[in-house]
Write a protein that binds this ligand. Structure first.
Ligand SMILES: C[S@@+](CC[C@H](N)C(=O)[O-])C[C@H]1O[C@@H](n2cnc3c(N)ncnc32)[C@H](O)[C@@H]1O
Length: 282
């Protein structure tokens, strides 16, 4: 059975300078075109790990707690459209660039990516777009260099792969990415380094951010910051202040109702793909 995957940054990428020193790719928004191809045996994400929501759902034995799995059709088959779920960072990044504009993100302090997992969005922003990113992720197995070399580099053109050296990759990551190993909660502004990043960033993001979804929205609105999140798990039993919010759709409606200017659309990927976003005064 062929698997539909989304391949990006393969044909549409070119260096900013045509010299041997041009190690870093740079994608303009227009160049950041995605191509759907059908491949068999696409690689899985061996380090992504289970969705925390799923784990918690199992732990608390709550059959209604929703996981990040793709929905099922009436025949019981998983619905799949657009990109495989493990290309979500690429799909999300394209949405961010199209919606918020790369020059704005770059010039106005970059991105705070909450619950960024292994750091794929952060690495893509840094390496492909020379854009700063603060990754807020409690996991202790975040290896940005591994992420860059294993998850991103293989999708870049041969010319760029040949130019890549681990030292150059490390240099770009050190320049653009900061990892804050902590949970993002409603008291985010109490953490000095995080508070500084939040005040100075252009955008706060969260792709499948588990329990961080509502704190991201609340903190961003409080600061008047643009945000984009793709909520996944609802945690119906562990958020008593929203006890009436039981389903994923309830959750989206609940979050969107926090401000009249929060918009909603779908990303071209399977699984939880509804993005809520707020432009603020960009
Ligand atoms: C489903 S994964 C998504 C990871 C990544 N955004 C992606 O799309 O591959 C959820 C991640 O959220 C992190 N996480 C869960 N709760 C969090 C919180 N309150 N603050 C920050 N990160 C959190 C977990 O450690 C996990 O890496």
């Amino acid at each position: 059975m062929p698997i539909v995957v989304l391949v990006s940054e393969t044909l549409a990428v070119h260096p900013t300078q045509d010299t041997d020193d041009a190690a870093m790719p740079s994608l303009t928004s227009a160049e950041f075109d995605e191509k759907l191809v059908v491949l068999s045996g696409a690689n899985g994400d061996e380090r992504a790990g289970p969705c925390l929501g799923e784990t918690r759902a199992n732990e608390i034995g709550d059959a209604r707690a929703e996981s990040c799995d793709a929905p099922e059709s009436h025949t019981g088959r998983r619905l799949r459209f657009g990109a495989r779920n493990n290309n979500r960072a690429s799909v999300f990044l394209k949405f961010l660039i199209d919606t918020f504009g790369l020059p704005v993100l770059r010039a106005q302090g970059g991105v705070v990516d909450v619950a960024g997992g292994v750091g794929e969005l952060a690495c893509r922003l840094a390496y492909c777009h020379q854009t700063d990113c603060v990754l807020v992720e409690p996991r202790d197995d975040v290896r940005l260099q591994w992420c860059l070399e294993s998850r991103i580099l293989p999708h870049l053109p041969m010319k760029w792969r040949e130019r890549f050296t681990p030292d150059k990759g490390a240099q770009v990551l050190a320049q653009h990415v900061t990892h804050l190993q902590l949970m993002f909660e409603h008291d985010a502004m109490q953490h000095a380094e995080l508070a500084h990043a939040l005040r100075n960033c252009a955008l706060i993001t969260g792709m499948h951010p588990d329990s961080a979804a509502e704190p991201i929205v609340d903190v961003a609105l409080q600061l008047g910051k643009p945000f984009a999140i793709v909520p996944c798990c609802v945690f119906p039993n562990s958020a008593p202040h929203r006890a009436h919010v039981r389903t994923h759709e309830d959750f989206l409606i609940y979050l969107q109702a926090k401000h009249p200017d929060i918009q909603r659309t779908k990303l071209a990927m399977n699984g939880r793909c509804d993005v809520l976003y707020y432009l603020a005064q960009m």
